[in-house]
Write a protein that binds this ligand. Structure first.
Ligand code: SAH
Length: 424
């Protein structure tokens, strides 16, 4: 272990690593004691040569080292097996009834660069660092041992891979390509950047969330398939839905809308700009026997809300909904885009509040790490002020516990939400 290349940190740079943050930026490094290959394991020491941990080195990335362990660990298959079992135990403790969930959430589970999602008996892996990429066989081996899945797919089609010098890849890593009630057959042309023998399209699987079925396309779905991070919030928002006429904006596969329909909403209107998402939501409603209470629309939410809130001269807007859900994609890519994003958030809140009946509820979410809960609430309140509405906050939401928040690693916290009742 002592023969590992050593990365020495500048004075003052050790605290964050001691606190548990795994990222070491280029600027924090004093020097390397010997050259290290990209992707290789290195040891990290402070400027007084005190050992801090081991991690993967990559000179190409702005994050030069991703620390994996504060101990002198060998990074082999048993290491991955132990870490993944520890992550699984967290899910079994906090989501005991879930059959589909995020098994490994990268930094949240002290495995920077690795995401593993479980969709019933199929696993989807997403790798975004070179060190992890080089150890894919160990990771796959550990996953097979723990889960004996029907198949393991790779969805490493994230743009951030280029910062690590990696191309995007999709494909099958292990098991049956047609696993888990596949609706989609093998297609050799659908994979960019993968090896030809891996050019297999992941099937669509029927995923169960809180006892509802969601047909999910694992090759082209958002994230690695669907939004597992809202699993708990679907239940909690549905508790507010009994007897409601509901509007589900940015509905995707119908997560919020279908949970609400099952919980006794009188009617749910779901809107998404993606025609495929709306088609899938329509099929999901039918599969769960909820079609009679649901309607669907392929539309831009901004345009829809604008049209709904436009009034003619002397015409008074009649609010229609008892419950409105706003769960947009992140409007920010970086800090610089925050002001534009806030304008977008404010606009949809302004219009949604106008469509809400007095006493009705707005459940609203923001998944941008760059907009924290305080700023997000301020934006909603500013919309309330402009429309002369007064809100009562009745719930706060965060990401489901399979996306653990490690406060020492602020980047692990991104999803926040509120439910507000319209007082007047
Ligand atoms: N509520 C969903 C997740 C929403 S993700 C769930 O729980 O699964 C964001 C969704 O917004 C995506 O499905 C995307 O297609 C859709 N979308 C993005 N911009 C949009 C817009 N301007 N109008 C309508 N839908 C939009």
């Amino acid at each position: 272990m002592d023969s590992l290349p050593t990365v020495l940190l500048k004075p003052g740079e050790a605290d964050r690593i001691v606190a548990g943050h795994p990222w070491i930026y280029r600027g924090a490094i004093l020097r390397l004691t010997q050259p290290a290959d990209d992707g290789a394991l290195v040891q990290v020491k402070d400027h007084r040569q005190r050992f801090l941990g081991v991690g993967f080195y990559n000179s190409k990335s702005k994050i030069n080292v991703r620390v994996l362990s504060a101990e002198r660990a060998d990074i082999d298959e048993p290491f991955f097996e132990e870490r993944i079992r520890a992550a699984l135990a967290v899910r079994q403790r906090h989501l005991p009834d879930a059959t589909s969930f995020r098994v490994v959430n990268a930094e949240s589970d002290f495995l920077s660069g690795l995401i593993v999602d479980k969709y019933e008996d199929v696993l989807v892996v997403q790798i975004s660092s070179l060190g992890m990429d080089q150890r894919k066989p160990m990771i796959v081996g550990a996953l097979q041992k723990i889960f004996s899945p029907r198949a393991i797919f790779e969805r490493s089609d994230v743009a951030s891979r280029k910062f690590e010098g990696l191309a995007e890849v999709n494909g099958i890593l292990a098991g049956e390509p047609g696993a888990a009630g596949a609706r989609t057959a093998i297609s050799a042309s659908s994979v960019a950047g993968g090896n030809a023998d891996k050019a297999v399209r992941a099937p669509s699987v029927t995923v169960k969330l809180n006892g509802l079925q969601f047909e999910t396309d694992l090759s082209t779905g958002h994230k690695t398939g669907l939004y597992l991070d809202q699993q708990v919030n679907y239940r909690r928002v549905a508790e507010l839905a009994k007897g409601a006429r509901m509007l589900d904006c940015f509905s995707f596969l119908g997560g919020f809308g279908l949970h609400a329909a099952r919980a006794g909403a009188v009617h749910v209107h779901m809107i998404d700009q993606s025609a495929e998402a709306i088609a899938a939501a329509t099929r999901n409603a039918a599969a769960n026997g909820l079609s009679d209470r649901c309607s669907f629309e392929t539309a831009n939410v901004f345009d829809f809300l604008k049209a709904q809130t436009q009034t003619g001269p002397n015409e008074k807007l009649v609010p229609k909904f008892d419950l409105i859900v706003l769960d947009p994609p992140s409007f920010t890519r970086n800090r610089a885009s925050v002001p534009d994003a806030l304008r977008g958030y404010k606009e949809i809140h302004l219009r949604a509040l106008k469509l809400l009946k007095p006493g009705g509820t707005l459940a609203t979410f923001c998944c941008s790490h760059h907009v924290d809960a305080g700023l997000f609430q301020d934006t909603v309140l500013s919309a309330a002020f402009d429309t002369r509405k007064v809100l009562r906050r009745i719930a706060t939401y965060t990401q489901s516990p399979d996306h653990p928040v490690i406060p020492m690693i602020p980047e692990t916290e991104y999803l926040k939400g509120f439910a507000f009742e319209l007082v007047r």
